[in-house]
Design a protein around this ligand. Structure first.
Ligand code: AGP
Length: 601
């Protein structure tokens, strides 16, 4: 959600900022902007829409050496207009910001009373005016920045530069991620995600919470009252190439195709002859644990829900799942016999992070299933199992979901063994090892789905139906379709349709039925028949052609293990939503109104 970058060095400042923003564009693409400072002269460009509009606007400009800050926006306060785009400016200072200033209304009123004129509707603009007022009052940039940050409430990361404080960029991290990269070429980079500095910085320091600092004449200075204490640099691994589309039409398509490979990485060193071994769980003290509560949002929530069936079926451990944004307001009863698990691709989702803080404050043991090492959630949790999906750029999560499910399945097997629950461990492990193959082979459906998709563009809605752990998978199928095709879709328990939603059934209602052979197959058939009798248009994903009850069929393998069916159907649903969205002409990777990581409540 929003991306920020900064650059200090002798290179082409504009190019450095734009290439960093390019890597973060998937986080927000309502508008973008940059400000470049050379001694005490600042030039700024802003444009609405995608980054290419900003590139176009700034194309004539070149600046070798200096300081720059940049931003790509997902609108929270105010429409996606140019005036609301960052950097926001006062008379001589410029700021980029990620997060939310919760007390901006009061601050704005105070500043307006002092004669400040605001031009945007954003919360961000108060920062820059407050800084200038403080500078007038306090006389130095350092004091002004400290006082400004002290007045802000909320969660945010900020970069600020000012003509009155030449050769300096101020930074602050309070609740939103910010990191500092460097290399041996006297270049310093700022970014809200390391994707922006891969291939540029060789070392990165992830700033701790609640700290400020500045870079002045190329030197990083942190001796402020709330200065970031010793910056701990780590080698920055990963290359840019792995984050490129590699011949696919969209990142989402590439990420769907990568799932077999990333699942192999996820399983590596964790699945053995007769057991799973997860270091991160072995290291925890789980003796008194008799229940699990899982919190997550969106797709990660669907992984959580699916896994709750596994924890209860396979490991016989009581498992509750709560949507993270609901958790903190329901005054949950938290007891120390509960392991608190959060699931997050980004590790930065504000709702999940807040739920995690509550659980920590209540003294619960906490475990993250996360894709981004060093993210806020990872740093806060007692232990983390990394999903190893690699950078996921498509806003619609695919490979992150696949790897979350693999990790959670392994966790269920870990608890089954630990608690001495009888289960056919050999069959489970065999199916687990086959996962990369099953997922890769599921891509064979792609051509048929491309053809089929043209029949599923203009109905009055979709129902994705399933039972047991195929119900959360149905919810995930519906979410995928909604977010990239903008068609209305619901994931529903198949047995519940007759209690109301079947009233919607007619030939314009599309139903996608998930029908695994190994689970409640006959019951699913009856539910599909009920819809068929009301003339609903039905696509079955089943191990056979059911031409007496459905219109279209995607025939999956009879794997003999429910999780293999789950993963094959998962790929089918991902491809279906993508092909429908492509036919509708949508930008699959950057769907309207969305952002990759949601760092506001
Ligand atoms: C997934 O397709 C979505 N874009 C979204 O629901 C996402 O899963 C959710 O925002 C949670 O994100 P996280 O996994 O990074 O915490």
């Amino acid at each position: 959600m929003c991306g920020i970058v900064g650059y200090i060095g002798r290179g082409d400042v504009k190019d450095e900022l734009l290439s960093g923003l390019k890597e973060l564009e998937y986080r927000g693409y309502d508008s973008a902007g940059i400000a470049l400072m050379e001694q005490n002269h600042v030039t700024s460009f802003k444009a609405t829409g995608k980054l290419k509009n900003l590139e176009q606007k700034a194309k004539e400009y070149a600046q070798d050496g200096g300081i720059g800050i940049g931003h790509t926006r997902w609108a929270t306060h105010g429409k996606p207009t140019e005036l609301n785009a960052h950097p926001h400016y006062g008379t001589y200072s410029y700021v980029v910001h990620n997060g939310i200033i919760e007390n901006y209304v009061e601050l704005k009123k105070e500043l307006e009373a002092q004669g400040v004129k605001f031009v945007s509707q954003t919360d961000t603009e108060v920062i820059v005016h407050l800084f200038e007022k403080n500078l007038e009052k306090l006389g130095t940039g350092d004091k002004a920045f400290e006082a400004t940050i002290a007045a802000l409430e909320g969660a945010y990361a900020v970069l600020l530069l000012s003509k009155d404080v030449p050769e300096t960029v101020y930074f602050a991290r309070f609740g939103s991620p910010l990191m500092l990269g460097r290399n041996g070429k006297q270049e310093i980079f700022f970014a809200s995600s390391d994707a922006a500095i891969l291939g540029k910085a060789t070392e990165v320091a992830y700033l701790e919470e609640n700290c400020i600092g500045k870079v002045e004449n190329g030197t990083i200075i942190t001796d402020f009252e709330k200065g970031c204490s010793d910056l701990e640099y780590k080698a920055l691994r990963g290359d840019k190439v792995s984050a490129q589309k590699g011949g696919f039409r969209f990142f989402m398509e590439k990420e769907i195709y990568e799932q077999g490979d990333v699942l192999s990485d996820t399983l590596m060193g964790r699945v053995f002859e007769n057991r799973v071994h997860i270091d991160e769980l072995e290291d925890m003290d789980l003796e008194g644990i008799s229940a699990i509560t899982i919190c997550a949002c969106g797709t990660s929530y669907h992984a959580a829900l699916s896994s709750s069936y596994l924890f209860e079926h396979v490991a016989k451990i009581k498992t509750d799942v709560v949507i993270a944004s609901e958790f903190r307001y329901k005054e949950p009863i938290l007891t120390p016999d509960t392991l608190f698990v959060v699931i997050s691709q980004s590790g930065e989702t504000a709702d999940t992070l807040e739920a995690l803080k509550m659980a920590k404050n209540a003294g619960l043991q906490t475990l993250a299933v996360c894709n981004v090492d060093n993210s806020s959630i990872v740093r806060l949790c007692d232990s983390t199992i990394l999903t190893r999906a690699g950078i996921e750029k498509g806003v619609a999560s695919t490979k992150a979901f696949a790897t979350q499910m693999a990790v959670l399945w392994m966790c269920a097997l870990f608890f089954a063994r630990k608690n001495g629950v009888a289960c056919d461990m050999d069959a489970e492990l065999k199916a687990l090892r086959h996962l990369p193959k099953v997922t890769a082979e599921a891509l064979r459906h792609h051509e048929k789905i491309k053809r089929l998709s043209k029949r599923y563009l203009h109905g009055h809605g979709f129902f994705f139906i399933g039972r047991d752990l195929f119900y959360p998978l149905a919810m995930e199928g519906a979410l995928k379709l909604k977010e990239i095709s903008y068609l209305h879709a619901e994931g529903y328990p198949a047995g519940e349709m007759k209690h109301g939603p079947i009233a919607l059934a007619d030939s314009e209602l599309f139903t996608v039925a998930l029908m695994p052979k190994s689970q409640l197959y006959e019951k699913m058939k009856s539910n599909v028949e009920e819809l068929s009798a009301r003339d609903a248009t039905i696509l079955t994903i089943a191990p056979e052609i059911l031409d007496n009850i459905a219109d279209d069929f995607l025939v999956i393998d009879e794997h003999g293990h429910v999780m293999s069916e789950y993963f094959e159907m998962m790929v089918v649903l991902q491809l279906l939503s993508m092909e429908v969205a492509i036919r509708l002409g949508n930008d699959v990777d950057m769907p309207r109104n969305l952002a990759k990581s949601v760092t506001v409540e």
